[in-house]
Design a protein around this ligand. Structure first.
Ligand SMILES: [Zn+2]
Length: 73
C-alpha cells in the first residue's frame, strides 16, 4: 500500500528516456513521396549511412511506403 497512490507509470520507457540522441524517436517528420506530403514517420529508427551521416528510416503511417530522412551529423 502506498500513500499518495500516484506513482504509477504507464510507460516503461527506461531504455532511451534520458538519452538525448534517442529522444528524437517520438515523432519524426519526413516527406512521403507517395502521399506527396509530410508525415510523422512510423517505426522511425536511426541509421548511419555509409558516409557516416545519420538518417532516420521509417514508414509512412498513411500508405506504408518507406520513408527516409537525412539528419546530418
Ligand atoms: Zn505516404
Amino acid at each position: 500500500m502506498e500513500k499518495g497512490g500516484r506513482v504509477q507509470r504507464c510507460q516503461p520507457l527506461t531504455l532511451s528516456d534520458n538519452n538525448p540522441l534517442t529522444r528524437t524517436k517520438m515523432a519524426v517528420e519526413a516527406y512521403c513521396v507517395k502521399c506527396k506530403a509530410k508525415r510523422d514517420m512510423k517505426n522511425a529508427a536511426e541509421v548511419t549511412m555509409k558516409n557516416g551521416r545519420k538518417a532516420m528510416k521509417g514508414t509512412c503511417p498513411t500508405c506504408g511506403t518507406g520513408m527516409f530522412k537525412i539528419l546530418g551529423k
